[in-house]
Structure formats: structure tokens, C-alpha cells
Design a protein. Structure first.
Length: 403
């Protein structure tokens, strides 16, 4: 089977996903086109250089609706002969775009792809597209549906994580992100966002709160306690599914959960012949990909079974992995991953994560693959694993190996 290599990984800075965020006036289309142009320019791509653009975005309505991938190609400087495919696997959409592209290359369906995703959460509100699992009573009752925040609190309750544990992880995420920016560790990947006059709108992740203290976090009220305990009483729904639980410990709040932000990311993937034809040197091989379905109520445990699956499929062990990127959707997700595999935190999310810098849903999967690659190169390590939890109970993972 043909190898699939990563030749480039780029992302925009993440802007606050609200009206006062720096990227609020930028559309998903414009941000996507900006990033596609950057990949084209950085790698000297001409004509029908790639087989397809595979683009993830979660809330596919209004300006993010239709086939945003094709619209982005047409809005960019890429050749119009390049098609576009929009996909949605919730929070793993950007990763799934990369994995789908890699596996098509491995199977001989084209020499190269641009894959990634976008989400402008300040312009197109999360959940505004509806979701059958939440709004269809038959499915919601059958699956014991609860919102993701409740699921994160169930994980904390089930596996014994305290609010102090979650807050400590959040503080470390802020510290690491601030240190990474101070050390210019993201410089290779960041594509500044410019206005029509060429002036910089944003060149740095703006959601971070590096001055956050434990005392600051202690003042925050649990975000999901009321919806769990009062109306509509999702804790009781969860306890119907898990009768051994006597309560749900609500430990998550805005400070130890992922931030709502705007952003986009792209990865250029190709076979060896593509690199030779364009004078490009591969940075890493996509060693393995995996996805899996999990319990839809607790929902966010997917990184554990999908990591078990990808390790088994690839013939690797957890000890073969030098660095991990585990999306910080909620603190308990990362705490559970480290507990399950007895992985030291020094190898996980070395440069901080979504708690500090935010989680632009459709882009995050591609962002963490690029971050992982940059950090493997910085530390001169070989093997990295990126993984995400996914709404409705799924997990996705990618293993990359430097070459």
C-alpha cells in the first residue's frame, strides 16, 4: 500500500468566538480561502496539484452550509478543476478529513489532498443546525441523551476526578500555551489573518488567559449543575443508564472546559511521487488512522477505546508513542485518557490545548495533528498520537511518524 506523507500543516490563530473577537467579521468562506491560499503559496502548487480538498465543519448551516469545501476552492487561488468535499464527524471533522485523505492516497485514489476544516463559532452558533439525538424524542429516550457537559461530569464522577484535579489541568494548559507562544513554537504553522488591505487582523491565539490562578477558577460556578439537577434533570436520565451512580459530581465550568473560538487548519498530504514532482520533503508519515463508536450517554470516553484500536491495528504499544495530543474538550476527558494508559502528563498536550486556546469544532482535529508534528520536530521525537472525543459517542485517532 502507498505511504501517505504530511508535507505541510498550517492553521490560523484562534479568535474569540463572540462579537468582540478579532475574527468576528471574517466568514468561514474567507478564512478557509485564506488558508488554502497559504498552503498553495507555501508549497508552490500549480494547476490541478491536488486531487481534492476535504474540509470539515460541524455546523453546516447558513454561511457554513452547502458544500463549503467547494466554495472555499472557488474563493481561493486554487485551480477550479480541484473539487471539494465537506464532511461532519462533529469535533473530529478536521481529523477525519486528514484521515480520509490519507487513506485515499494509500489506496491509490490520487497523489495529494488538502485536508482540514473550519468553524466560526462566533458567527454560526454551535447547535444551530439541530441534532436528531437531541431533538428527536424517540432517539433521545433510547440513547439516554444528556448534553456533553453532563457527560464530562459523569466521567469525573465515574472515574474519580475532583474539581481540584480538573482545575489543575486547566491551569497547566494555560501555562503551557503561554510558554509555547513565548517560545514561538507555533511559528512554523501560524498563518496570520489579514484584511482586504493586507493589514493584520490576528496573528496570535487570543482566547488564552495566562494570568489565571487557582483562586480565579475556584470562584466559577459549575456550568452544568443546574441543567443536571433541576430542569430538565439530566442527572436523573444518566442515573437511569448508570444505576450504580448515586449522584453526578458537577466539576466543569468555563475555566476547565474548551473555549468557543473561530479558526481553521489545513494539512497537505501526498504520496512520494507528489513530493518528488513538487520538490517537497515529507515531514511525517501517517502511520495509522482509526475511528470507533462508544456509549452515547457518557459520550466523551472515545479517546480510550479508539487509542486501543489504533495501537492494535498498527502493531504498536502505548510505550512506542513519544507524544500525545488529546483534545481538551473538557478536563475530565484528558484526565481519563492519562489514567487509562498510565501516561505521564509531560507527554500529553505539551503546548497546552483547547482549554487555553479554544476548540473551533471543525478545525481542531487538523490543528492538533499539526501541533503534534511541530512538537515532534522540536523535541526530535519520532512517533505521535492525536485523538479526540466526539459528540454522540465516538472517538477518532491518528498516529504520525516522522521521516
Amino acid at each position: 500500500m502507498t505511504d501517505a506523507f504530511i508535507y505541510d500543516a498550517a492553521r490560523t490563530p484562534r479568535g474569540k468566538g463572540r462579537p468582540d473577537g478579532s475574527l468576528h467579521e471574517v466568514t468561514s468562506l474567507a478564512l478557509s480561502a485564506r488558508l488554502l491560499n497559504a498552503v498553495k503559496e507555501r508549497n508552490g502548487l500549480k494547476g490541478h496539484a491536488v486531487e481534492d480538498v476535504i474540509w470539515g465543519n460541524v455546523t453546516q448551516v447558513k454561511e457554513q452550509g452547502g458544500c463549503l469545501a467547494r466554495s472555499a476552492v472557488l474563493a481561493s487561488d486554487l485551480d477550479q478543476s480541484i473539487p471539494g468535499l465537506s464532511i461532519n464527524r462533529f469535533c473530529a471533522s478536521g481529523m477525519e478529513a486528514v484521515n480520509l485523505a490519507a487513506n485515499q492516497i494509500k489506496g491509490g485514489a490520487g497523489q495529494a489532498y488538502i485536508a482540514g476544516g473550519v468553524e466560526m463559532m462566533g458567527r454560526v452558533a454551535m447547535g444551530s443546525d439541530g441534532a436528531a439525538i437531541a431533538v428527536d424524542p424517540g432517539l433521545a429516550m433510547r440513547t439516554y441523551f444528556v448534553p456533553q457537559g453532563i457527560s464530562a461530569d459523569i466521567i469525573a464522577t465515574e472515574y474519580g476526578f475532583s474539581r481540584a484535579d480538573a482545575d489543575a489541568l486547566a491551569l497547566e494548559s494555560q501555562r503551557r500555551a503561554a510558554q509555547a507562544w513565548a517560545d514561538n513554537r507555533f511559528a512554523k504553522s501560524i498563518v496570520p489573518v489579514l484584511d482586504q488591505n493586507g493589514l493584520t487582523i490576528l496573528d496570535r491565539d487570543e482566547y488564552m488567559r495566562p494570568g489565571t490562578t487557582a483562586e480565579d477558577l475556584a470562584k466559577l460556578k459549575p456550568a452544568f449543575k443546574e441543567m443536571g439537577e433541576l430542569m430538565p434533570g439530566f442527572d436523573k436520565v444518566a442515573m437511569l443508564k448508570y444505576p450504580h451512580l448515586t449522584h453526578v459530581d458537577h466539576i466543569h465550568h468555563a475555566g476547565n472546559s474548551s473555549g468557543i473560538v473561530d479558526g481553521a487548519a489545513a494539512v497537505l498530504i501526498g504520496n512520494a511521487e507528489f513530493g518528488q514532482a513538487h520538490g517537497l520533503k515529507p515531514r511525517a508519515r501517517i502511520r495509522a488512522t482509526a475511528k470507533i463508536g462508544t456509549d452515547p450517554t457518557i459520550m466523551l470516553t472515545g479517546p480510550v477505546p479508539v487509542t486501543e484500536k489504533i495501537l492494535k491495528d498498527s502493531g504498536l504499544s502505548i510505550g512506542d508513542i513519544d507524544l500525545f495530543e488529546v483534545n481538551e474538550a473538557f478536563a475530565s476527558v484528558v484526565l481519563r485518557f492519562m489514567q487509562a494508559f498510565d501516561v505521564d502528563h509531560s507527554k500529553v498536550n505539551v503546548n497546552g490545548g483547547a482549554i487555553a486556546m479554544g476548540h473551533p469544532l471543525g478545525a481542531t482535529g487538523a490543528i492538533i495533528i499539526g501541533t503534534l508534528l511541530d512538537e515532534l520536530e522540536r523535541q526530535d521525537k519520532t512517533m505521535g498520537l492525536a485523538t479526540l472525543c466526539i459528540a454522540s459517542g465516538m472517538g477518532a485517532a491518528t498516529i504520525i511518524e516522522r521521516v
